[in-house]
Write a protein that binds this ligand. Structure first.
Ligand SMILES: [Zn+2]
Ligand SMILES: [Zn+2]
Length: 237
């Protein structure tokens, strides 16, 4: 399988070899933090909307997947949104941590320690909505090592006019000289009935099995995100 910087171009993988596309949202909130619906209601909503996978990524606390139920062909990814301080001058960080098993007091930890701890637990950690957060890639991100990639679209931040972070994505790839995978997420807080920040962002992954392979591959495959049905961007160079 041809890899570039450890990433695989999903468009070269064939259906004939058993690959399929799965659609998911890796950033959502529930009443375990500042979301408006229970964790189970959040899961049920994405199941009913035809998504294939979801992470209920509440602020600072893991929502453990064994407390949730879903159909067999749906994959729950365990994670949280973590908020270490930003020692480089910007606002407090927003990192989405996937596949972690133990809570940590990220608010009291430097960002590099949080990244290291997530990786030690076997997880991956992503820079969330840098446009909304006022992140300067050169100042706030380049001093860090080990981030998996960037959230390039965020539905709830779009409500504040700062939903797209494609310039941050470009800057980061230019400065670091590497390809970076990108996520499109809802960061859903509202109830479905409010029609504000649900079911408008997603990330497609190319996998052979729904679970548990998807958990490992989500940061392995070159990912692209779709916004309201249009491909945001797939950059290869
Ligand atoms: Zn956030
Ligand atoms: Zn969030």
């Amino acid at each position: 399988m041809p890899e570039k910087n450890g990433l695989v171009n999903p468009f070269v993988l064939s259906d004939d070899d058993g690959y399929m596309w799965l659609k998911g949202n890796l950033h959502s909130h529930s009443t375990n933090s500042d979301g408006r619906v229970s964790p189970q209601e959040r899961v049920d909503g994405y199941v009913n909307q035809g998504y294939d996978y979801l992470c209920v990524s509440d602020h600072n606390n893991i929502t453990f997947v064994e407390t949730l139920t879903c159909p067999e062909n749906f994959t729950l990814i365990q994670g949280a949104e973590l908020h270490p301080d930003n020692p480089f001058g910007g606002d407090r960080h927003h990192f989405v941590a996937l596949n972690i098993s133990e809570d940590m007091d990220a608010r009291a930890m430097p960002p590099q320690h949080v990244i290291d701890e997530v990786k030690k637990q076997g997880g991956s950690i992503w820079l969330a909505h840098p446009h909304w957060s006022g992140i300067n890639i050169l100042r706030d991100t380049m001093p860090l090592t080990g981030l998996a990639g960037i959230e390039v679209f965020n539905t709830t931040c779009r409500c504040a006019g700062r939903g797209e972070s494609s310039v941050h994505w470009d800057d980061w790839m230019d400065l670091s000289g590497q390809l970076l995978p990108a996520l499109g997420n809802d960061d859903s807080h509202a109830a479905e009935s409010e029609a504000r920040d649900t079911y408008q962002g997603w990330t497609m992954v190319r996998v052979k099995e729904r679970s548990p392979v998807i958990r490992q591959r989500v940061h392995k495959f070159l990912i692209f995100s779709c916004i309201a049905g249009k491909v945001a961007r797939l950059r290869s160079r």
